[in-house]
Ligand binder design. Sequence first.
Ligand SMILES: CC(C)(COP(=O)(O)OP(=O)(O)OC[C@H]1O[C@@H](n2cnc3c(N)ncnc32)[C@H](O)[C@@H]1OP(=O)(O)O)[C@@H](O)C(=O)NCCC(=O)NCCS
Length: 280
Amino acid sequence: MTTLDGRAGHDGDNPLDRIERYYDSVPRVGGARAEDFGPLTLFVQEDPQGWAYYARPVLGGGGPVTEADVRTVLARQRELGVPAAFEWVAETTPGLRAAVEAAGIPVHAHPLMVLDPAAEPLPPHPEVRLFGADDPLLRAAVTVPMLAFGAPGTALGEAGPAELAQQLADPACEARRAYVAQKLAAGTTALAAAVRDGVVLCSGQYNPAGEVAEVVGVGTLPAARRQGLALGVTAALVAAARAAGAGTVFLSAGDEDVARIYERAGFRRTGTALIAELEA
Ligand SMILES: CC(C)(COP(=O)(O)OP(=O)(O)OC[C@H]1O[C@@H](n2cnc3c(N)ncnc32)[C@H](O)[C@@H]1OP(=O)(O)O)[C@@H](O)C(=O)NCCC(=O)NCCS
């Protein structure tokens, strides 16, 4: 058994503390129930269309996390048939990585970036706009990231408008549209997209909770990459989040290449988001 150090509390007012509170609150308002396992909390999604959440350190610090703690949660995830996933911030819970790895779960590190409040806003991109719940292109806007994340990295690729049109026939896209439309109407998400000639080429969202907002799911169709569309969408999301009162805007970048794009939008590397998941 691996026994590791405890963790700091999260009642302070630095960005990592605010992010920790955000990570703990978003699943609770996003349709998940929380199950407590000592120093870990397992969030279990109860909305079939909702985001499948993860286990993470209990808010406020629950003492050292051991390999046995991780294995207990893993067994519960298996029992429930939910993803065997753990997400946390390396700097906030330094001991958890070794416990998760000792339990045989591979860990991936992603730059955790926080918007510099002093960053100069970028000019609006002429092809980018915010979407409302009734936008006729909303189904395309929620489908673009599905194709984008299917072609990871920042390189140009094959899939473009034709592949998007084909993908849109999948009933999963309509279910996703309805779910995001309901969140847009409720104000629990905002979506921006780049549209050219009536075709969505890039989209992304931010999810607010209190004064914190996380930018998520920014993706550009592989054939439309390297034209500044992701930067334009990110800038629009940042402007909207700030206008809505977000004091802390953050994201975790896929890798260092993606982090470079977000740096141009004013984000600065503040920590490391760790994501561990076993294949189903
Ligand atoms: C990451 C991703 C969203 C970037 O989308 P994009 O629209 O190509 O992004 P941008 O065009 O704004 O920037 C990409 C690059 O093109 C460059 N670029 C922008 N406009 C350009 C132009 N007119 N001519 C040439 N290059 C240009 C940027 O400088 C940037 O270069 P860099 O890689 O050297 O930093 C896209 O590659 C993607 O969907 N990847 C898969 C999903 C993913 O990883 N999403 C991020 C999750 S955090």
